[in-house]
Structure formats: C-alpha cells, structure tokens
Design a protein around this ligand. Structure first.
Ligand code: TRP
Length: 466
C-alpha cells in the first residue's frame, strides 16, 4: 500500500509502520535527550576538558554546539522525518526523490557504520560503570585515598576477563531493549531516568561545592586560557559536539523518523541541545572541584577521571556508599539509553531491507560490536603498547569515529540539506517555523557550519599527524 506524503511523493506506508512512532513531541525530546546524554557528558566531556586545559576548550565546544551541532541536528531530524525509515533507506529515498546521484547514500552508510564502531567501545566503558556499581556498594572505596582508588581502577583495566564480562552484560541489556522495540520501553524509562540523573548530578554538584575546591574547578572550566588550546583540541571539541548530540551517524535521523508529523523541529532540537549541554557543564562543575581538592589526581588524567576522582569523593562522604552506587547506576542508565540509539539505525536497516527480524538483527549486530569491542578491551591491557599512529586501539576507534567520521557525515548532511535539496522541500518540512527562524537557520547551515567543519577538520587532522 502506498501513501502520499505532503509533497505528493510516495513512501511505502508499510515501511513507515515497521518501527512504530513516538507518542508525542515530548517523548521524542526525552528519547533524543536519552540518546544525547550519556558517557559523552559525564565521562568524556570532563576528561577532554582536563586534557585540553579547561576554559578555552569549553568555549570552543559551546560555539561548536551552537553554530554546528544545533543547525545540523535540525537538518538530521528533518531528513529523518521526511524519509521515515532507517538512515540508509531514508537517504536512498531522499536522493531518489530529488533525482540526485546515488553517492549521497554514503551519508547513511557512513553513519550506520560509525554507530556500530562507537557502540563497540561504548559498551566497554559502560561496562566499567556497571562494575563500579558493585564496587561502590561493596564499600571498596570507603575511606579510600586517590592513590588507592587509582590502584583499584588500574587493576580493573588490567583484568580483561572482568572487562569482557561487563561489556557483554551491557551489550545484552542494550539488545534486550532494542529487540523489544524502542517506542514503549524506552519512552517510559527515559522519562523517569533523565530527571533522576539530573537530581543526582545536582547532589554531586552541592557536594563538590561543599567539600571540593569549587573556585578552582569553576575557574578551570570557565576562565579563558587560550594558550592551552591547540588545533587538535579544537578538532576534538568539534568532534565532541557531534558525539555528545549523537549527530552524524543517523541516530537522530532514525529517531526523527519516528517523530509526529506536526511537531516543531526547531524548538524540540533546542531543548535537546540545551539539556545535553547543561548536563555536561554540571558534570564538569561536580567533578573538577573534587579533582582539585585531591592533589594526587591530575585534571588531565584522561579516561580514568570519572572512575578515580568520583569514587574517592563518595568514599569519603556520609552516605557515599548509597549515593556512589546510585551514581554509577545512573551513569549506566544514561549510557544504556544512548547505546540503544547507536544500534537502532542498523537494526532498522536490516529489518527493512534484509529480511531480518528484530531479534536476529540485534544478535548479529551485537555480535559484531562485541568482537570489535574486544580490541578496545585488550588495548587497556595486553595491547596497551601496540600503537597505530600513536593511538591505542581504543583511542584509534574513538578518534576515527568522533574526530573523522562524525564530522564528515555532518559536513555531508549540511551540504545535502543546505545546498543540494530543493529549498521548497526543506521549507515544507519545517513549515511550522517562522520565516526569520527558518532563513537564519538555513544561512548558518549553508555558510557557517560546513565551513567551520571543513576548516577545523583539515587543520585538526593536519596538526594531529604532522
Ligand atoms: N551522545 C552519546 C553520549 O554523549 C553517545 C551517542 C549515542 C552517540 N548515540 C550516538 C554518539 C550517535 C554519536 C552518534 O554519550
């Protein structure tokens, strides 16, 4: 059965119905926020800020969110809602609709591949958080010094069986939800979990304020010290803007495909971008005061920052046993609601086009992510000294996806929507926006976002390797 959409082009209504739809705009906001708020905000943001010397990096990151992230997110949601299928088929449908060269389909493919690659290491890190729930609850960090906490973390990284165990559990959890369908389980869960996460972050913020060196933490995050900033850092900030908003790989496109017909995309996206940024900044404000209060913890400690400094804080705080375990439960849940969006686009594609059902699709893709993830597991122990271009396997996957594939796909999306798609089609899909909003958005998307991405991308790569 075929159905006319607004422009008169036909999409298959059978395909539209396969994956279901969000019940309201609000569910979309929560689902997209669930996707956006994850390890990127609570774990990665603070540690890359630390590695890049603080304030200037934060400023660049905020600019990237505003000038690149938000405009491209609008474009992605719009594409998804128009195509109403998995990113691969959405791009195929839209290129055919516009009579364009099939090479534009690469946007869909690049995105779906990047999603699986991210999931592979995402599950490993989320596994650490899962493991830490039990560690915190068992009192392993009660009264621990920063040094002792560092040792506990180091022991975990050295123990590949434990890492694989938790990585596997996390992937199984992710697949279980996606097998059950995103709409019902996730929509409800996310509405409860996100506010909880938020409340806990506030509790932690208060703790950091009372017990940590809040002033130093604050000025580290917000004072502008441009000397600490490098081009690699700028590229990392841009890549992280994509990463944290879940852009450039079809997650948001897939979620947009399940969005109600007449929801205002602009406001919705602003809400998601705002919430995501807020969580990242609060996480930074909660973590850095604690870091600076413990002279043995380095702000540039890297991926271990959250797994060393926070347990120390909790271990020395009344009620820390409870709050600490709870915190890592919530980190896990935030990672969970993100991981779901990493696998969903590929699942949707296999179901639409390759005759898989949700179970077989999840099992196959989960297996791929698991095997590739083993590389990341080993890069923390046995392969720690094996380096490609200076990167361990984990660092390489992270760099390749966040700093290369996401910005590239983002660039293509900006060009596709800004320059290639018919302006009328775009205007029609964003029909509820005022002229002023629409034309400012389109101008930024055509001129500012692609140029910024291109310049930063080329310079960043150049500086990283030469
Ligand atoms: N945004 C998530 C985070 O910050 C990670 C994530 C989920 C993601 N889906 C994505 C990143 C899609 C890139 C693309 O943790």
């Amino acid at each position: 059965m075929a159905e006319k959409n607004q422009s008169g082009a036909t999409t298959s209504s059978a395909k539209r119905g396969v994956h279901g739809a969000w019940t309201s705009r609000w569910t979309f906001v929560m689902a997209a926020t669930g996707s956006a708020v994850g390890l990127g905000n609570i774990w990665k943001f603070p540690y890359i800020v630390g590695e890049n010397g603080g304030g200037a990096f934060v400023l660049v990151y905020l600019l990237c969110i505003l000038l690149v992230g938000i405009p491209i997110m609008v474009a992605e949601v719009m594409l998804g809602r128009r195509g109403r299928q998995s990113p691969i088929n959405t791009m195929r449908y839209l290129t055919e609709e516009a009579g364009l060269h099939g090479a534009w389909n690469a946007i869909g493919w690049l995105g779906v591949t990047a999603g699986l690659m991210i999931l592979s290491y995402y599950a490993v890190i989320a596994g650490w958080a899962l493991h830490y729930v039990g560690q915190m609850a068992s009192g392993a960090f009660q009264g621990a010094s920063a040094e002792q906490a560092g040792v506990i973390f180091g022991n975990l990284l050295a123990d590949k069986n434990t890492l694989i165990y938790w990585q596997t559990i996390f992937l199984l959890l992710t697949m279980a939800v996606v097998i059950g369908g995103v709409t019902k389980g996730l929509g409800v869960a996310v509405r409860i979990l996100m506010p909880m996460l938020f409340v806990l972050l506030m509790v932690l913020l208060v703790f950091g304020y009372q017990h940590g060196d809040f002033e130093r933490g604050f000025s580290f995050l917000f004072s502008f010290n441009y000397q600490a900033l490098t081009w690699e850092g700028v590229l990392e900030a841009l890549g992280h803007a994509f990463f944290t908003l879940s852009l450039g790989m079809g997650a948001i496109m897939a979620y947009g495909a399940y969005m109600p017909e007449h929801a205002r995309i602009g406001r919705t996206v602003l809400a998601v971008g705002f919430l995501d940024t807020l969580v990242a900044l609060i996480a930074g404000l909660a973590i850095f005061p604690i870091v600076f209060a413990n002279p043995t913890i380095e702000p540039g400690a890297g991926p271990g920052l959250m797994f060393v400094s926070l347990p120390v804080a909790f271990g020395n705080m009344t009620g820390g046993l409870l709050f600490g375990s709870f915190f890592f439960v919530l980190v896990t849940l935030a990672a969970w609601s993100s991981a779901i969006s990493l696998i969903e686009p590929a699942v949707a594609y296999l179901v639409e086009s390759k005759g898989f059902n949700r179970i077989t699709a999840n099992l196959s893709l989960g297996l791929v992510a698991w095997v590739v993830g083993l590389g990341s597991v080993l890069s923390f122990n046995e392969w720690a000294d094996t380096r490609v271009a200076g990167f361990t396997f984990f660092e390489f996957m992270d760099f390749l996806t966040s700093s290369v594939m996401l910005p590239l796909t983002g660039l293509f999306i900006a060009i596709f929507v800004g320059w290639v798609m018919k302006p009328d089609t775009v205007r029609e899909e964003l029909g509820d926006e005022s002229n002023r909003v629409f034309f400012s958005w389109r101008w930024v998307l055509r001129f500012v976002s692609p140029l910024l991405v291109l310049v930063v991308f080329v310079l960043g790569l150049y500086k990283t390797f030469w």
